[in-house]
Write a protein of this length. Structure first.
Length: 139
């Protein structure tokens, strides 16, 4: 084993684990999900899930959603995704039109725009049309 590269993928692993947790928070919706359930469904340790969810809360991506009764011990804290904490833009180019879509973290469409497009036009014209559509959905 080459020890000089042993930690090289740690940031990638952290991002992957955070993405797993975010996806489960998204799927849980407004009802939320407990850290224990996150650990069970991801296969991560409860400590790892606590660290990930603490970072997500600090970044404003997750928030408390109340408590759930426990089968023993203290009630479980439930977390939920904060959908408007971030957005993503998708762009679909077809031969005759382009569509730009702005979605929140839950995947709900916040804005969309469809415009005519000549995909055979020079690249700078296609890029300009795409840029205009993205700018419009971000406004």
């Amino acid at each position: 084993m080459n020890r000089s590269n042993s930690g090289a993928n740690l940031p990638t692993l952290r991002s992957h684990n955070a993405a797993l947790v975010l996806d489960l928070l998204r799927a849980a919706g407004e009802c939320g999900i407990s850290r224990l359930e996150l650990a069970e469904r991801t296969g991560l340790t409860p400590q790892a899930v606590s660290k990930i969810t603490a970072r997500l809360r600090a970044e404003g991506l997750a928030a408390g959603a109340g408590h759930r009764a426990s089968t023993g011990g203290k009630p479980r804290t439930v977390l939920r995704l904060v959908p408007d904490a971030g957005y993503a833009v998708g762009l679909h180019l077809d031969r005759d039109e382009l569509t730009a879509v702005l979605v929140d973290l839950s995947g709900a469409v916040a804005a969309s725009r469809t415009a005519p497009l000549d995909l055979g036009a020079p690249a700078d014209e296609v890029l300009a049309a795409a840029t205009e559509a993205v700018t419009a959905v971000r406004a």
